[in-house]
Structures are given as structure tokens and as C-alpha cells.
Design a protein around this ligand. Structure first.
Ligand code: AMP
Length: 312
């Protein structure tokens, strides 16, 4: 992996309090940058940009470092409090109900990229204030691929900045409800096309338990989700999906549609593992073999006939 191009990731670094029908955690490691950074680190080196307060446990930073993640871009505000999100899921696991969002140290964060990060070729603007996403984008000199994610909180609160981000990225991730909310289109297909018209050539719509859709130029690809029996906590599924996706694309250093399709499946693999446990716990013990095995299982469940099979 030493020769691989790193992925630069900015996003929330959080302490999450989450309740699902099978359990709950309080102030557990979470945040879009943490989930996506750890997921990406299975494929490519990662450079993280974010901020934490003095209350962020050193053990969490040690864990991120143990994944080989470069933390030079992470600021610690000793007297501040870490970003916190509290939410719950009912039996519809695709819907996260937010109880509380405390920006804390993210409210005054001014990202300043270390020199090495400015050369990043693969950039993932994970979920965070779109103004911060723009500040990071402005500091990267000549990226090959820029990707963004967001959520309803920012669609409602920072729409203009988000529209600006969309104008400037190559790929946008959104879940189906967010894509509908942002574009005002009820059809997911029309919403994806409307998003493409706003800037990104490629749009990836995450449908939680129901897989993901890739729209690239005029190509349309649908990936199923893995038929999981063990589900504990859907938090971070979207972020680990995006991390697996960009980590894989960077590891191939290739943006062909064929690679993007495989990346969608690797993203689905990472998301499917992540939801098996609370916080990032499942990713702590995940191995390369686990990833390869589930990728093969995905091939099996998605394949039904070769395109040139004439035996209909
Ligand atoms: P997801 O992959 O969509 O389930 O993202 C879950 C993560 O998003 C949680 O770990 C939260 O800490 C984080 N999060 C929640 N609200 C926000 C927000 N407004 N901005 C950035 N990150 C957030």
C-alpha cells in the first residue's frame, strides 16, 4: 500500500449516542470522517482533516493511527468539546432520527491543510458543514477526483454552500431521501439526473438496506445490499460505504465506469460489515480476507446471466 495514492478526507469526528431496537451506546466513537477514514484505510493510505475537543479519548486517536491514518490534519482544541450527535432508529433502519446535534469545536473550525495534504489526488468531502468542505477544496492544488457527501441537516441549513460544493465535485453521494429533498423530485431517477445537472458527472444514491444506484454520464448501475442476518446499528453505513468506495478507486488510480461499479460493491461490503456492531467496533476486527469473502458473495447474489448469454 506504500505506493498507493492517499485519500484526503474531511468530515465530522464525533462522539455519538445511539439507540437502536437491539441496544444503545453513549459517547461512542463516530463521525463521518472516522467511519469513512477507517473504511478507506483498508484500501489506501488516508490523510484526515478534522477537529476534536480535549474530551476526545486518546484511545480513539490511537485506534485511527493504528489503521495507518495520517492525523497531521486533525486539530485538538484542548478547552473545547468534541462534535456530538445523538439519534435513534426504530424498526425502519433506513431512517436515522436525530435527537441532538452539537457542533461544538466544529463551529469555529478553520481547516488548514498540512503541505503534504495539498498535493492530494483523491479527495473525499465527508458529511460536515459545506462551507468547511469548500475551504478544504480550495486548498487542494490539483485533485484527480473529488467526491462529496452530505445530509438533511446541511440541505436545510446551508443549501447555498452545498450547491457550490456540488458545482465543484466529480461525484456526489446522497441517500434517496436527501436527493429527493435537495432536488424536489419524487422519482429517485429524476432526482439523480437533477443532481448531475447541478455539477457532478457521477451521482451515487444510497438506499440503505436496499443497495445503491450509480449514475455516471448516461450509465445506470444498481448494486444490491448484502442479505445480513446480524444488524446492530446502521450508524455510519453511508460513511463506511463512501470510504470503501473512494479507498478502492484511489487504490486502482482509475476512474473508469468499470472501476466505479466495483467500488460501489466494495463500499457495500464495508457498509454491510459496519452495521453488524455499534460504533466502529466491527471495523476494528475486520480483515482483508473478510472483505474479499464478502465481495465474492456479492458477485454471487448479483449475477444472473452474462450479457452475451443468448439462451433465453
Ligand atoms: P451515516 O453514515 O449517514 O449513518 O452517518 C453517521 C454519522 O454522521 C454519525 O457518526 C454522526 O456523528 C455523523 N453526523 C450526524 N449529524 C451530522 C452533521 N450534521 N454533520 C456531520 N456529521 C454528522
Amino acid at each position: 500500500m506504500e505506493n498507493h495514492l492517499p485519500v484526503l478526507i474531511v468530515g465530522s469526528m464525533a462522539l455519538d449516542s445511539v439507540r437502536t431496537p437491539v441496544g444503545a451506546v453513549q459517547d461512542a466513537l463516530g463521525g463521518a470522517a472516522d467511519y469513512s477514514g477507517v473504511a478507506a484505510s483498508f484500501f489506501s493510505p488516508v490523510q484526515l482533516v478534522g477537529v476534536v475537543g480535549g474530551d476526545f479519548p486518546q484511545a480513539h486517536l490511537d485506534f485511527l493511527a493504528s489503521r495507518g491514518i495520517d492525523l497531521a490534519g486533525v486539530q485538538t482544541v484542548a478547552e473545547g468539546k468534541t462534535f456530538r450527535w445523538a439519534g435513534y432508529y426504530d424498526f425502519d433502519l433506513n431512517i436515522a432520527h436525530t435527537l441532538d446535534t452539537q457542533l461544538n469545536v466544529f463551529a469555529d473550525f478553520q481547516p488548514s491543510l498540512p503541505e503534504a495534504y495539498k498535493k492530494a489526488k483523491y479527495v473525499f468531502l465527508a458529511n460536515i458543514d459545506p462551507e468547511l468542505q469548500l475551504q478544504v477544496l480550495n486548498q487542494v492544488e490539483s485533485p484527480l477526483l473529488t467526491v462529496c457527501d452530505t445530509m438533511n441537516f446541511w440541505i436545510e441549513g446551508k443549501r447555498e454552500a452545498l450547491v457550490e460544493v456540488l458545482k465543484r465535485v466529480d461525484i456526489a453521494f446522497m441517500n434517496d431521501a436527501e436527493a429527493r429533498q435537495l432536488t424536489g423530485q419524487l422519482s429517485v431517477i429524476k432526482a439523480a439526473k437533477a443532481l448531475q445537472a447541478m455539477g457532478p458527472k457521477t451521482v451515487i444514491i444510497k438506499k440503505g438496506e436496499h443497495g445503491a444506484l450509480l449514475f455516471s454520464g448516461s450509465t445506470h448501475f444498481a448494486a444490491p445490499s448484502y442479505p445480513l442476518e446480524e444488524i446492530a446499528d446502521p450508524t455510519g453505513a453511508g460513511d463506511s460505504f463512501a470510504g470503501g468506495f473512494i479507498g478502492y478507486v484511489a487504490s486502482r488510480n482509475d476512474q473508469s465506469v468499470a472501476t466505479l461499479k466495483k467500488a460501489v460493491v466494495y463500499g457495500s461490503v464495508m457498509a454491510s460489515y459496519n452495521v453488524e456492531d455499534f460504533s466502529l467496533n466491527r471495523l476494528r476486527t475486520l480483515t482483508g480476507d473478510d472483505i474479499a469473502n464478502r465481495y465474492r458473495a456479492f458477485k454471487e447474489i448479483a449475477y444472473f446471466e452474462a450479457l452475451d448469454d443468448a439462451s433465453v
